[in-house]
Design a protein around this ligand. Sequence first.
Ligand code: SF4
Ligand code: SF4
Length: 341
Amino acid sequence: METRLINKDKLAGIVGKIAEDMPVFAPVKEEDNVLFKQLEKGQAPLISFANSKNAPKNFFFPHSERMMKYTRTEQGMVFAGAAEDAKESVLFGVRPCDAHSYLLLDMLFDQEKYRDSFYIDKREKTVVISLACVHPPYTTCFCTSVDGSPTAADGADILLTEIGTDYLAEFITAKGEKLLKYFADAPKADDKALDAKKAIAEKAAQEIKSHIPAKAVKPILDVNFENPFWNTIHQKCLACGTCTYLCPTCHCFDISDEVKGNDGIRLRNWDSCMFPLFTKETSGHNPRTSQKERWRQRAMHKFKYFVDNFNAIACVGCGRCVMYCPVNIDIRKIVEDISKL
Ligand code: SF4
Ligand code: SF4
């Protein structure tokens, strides 16, 4: 694996050079929020930040995406292409939990049987540069309970880890190595730097103080679909969908057509299993009649169904749903309670 040591003062310049050649999306501060946005000419990315409020999943799975457009003509319907092809680009500053979520989304959108060309096109053309959390930023972080770590490279093409006055850059994939030319002035990392990275990684993992028995609950969920426990967790849920919209791994969408005159577009838009309308059928029947069934679905999907289908938990422990739920519903407590059923 290629490695480089980059002086901290040089990193923004390297990102700027890449941005001269292709779109670079990076964290920037807007009012009190950290958002991933395309860097403007000369704009420096935010390098010292906790994490973005929104998970950077929209680059591969946008909130709203055109699937095709069509026109009714006298000769019949004329269908035009889907969304525009993605451009080669770079996503800089993704935290390891969010990069891990890309592996989970890949499992879903890039299966042998179902290949989602919209997602795959963008994913294949984007180099993900991840920024390790040498000090995990929040008390709500629990990545180490769900197969992650604050310094893991899963889902990243290049991983940057702060080591003293430098960043260690590890070029994880061939896609990442394509950017090596921008790091030409940076020396290869020596053994001392690689040892320092190991020590930093161990310490960062130890700084995660929130632990949940996420891997233990699958067999419990297998046999507790009808447990009265499900009556106890949802009462204060407002069905606002915040938890699902901010979640890096949630991926439900709805497809709709918008037609004006002879022209129409077909869109897919994010949806949420927390919404009553999500499962409402045309007949008016709704198989998930209350928030109880909806919350059970959310827990089951993340910790049982996704494990059944892909042998992976559909949660990366970013803690966003814990931090931003307006009524303080805490998925960590729910998993803890399930483990005691
Ligand atoms: S954020 Fe909280 S209140 Fe809103 S849907 Fe999720 S659990 Fe319910
Ligand atoms: S379920 Fe919550 S903690 Fe887990 S990945 Fe989604 S937002 Fe993050």
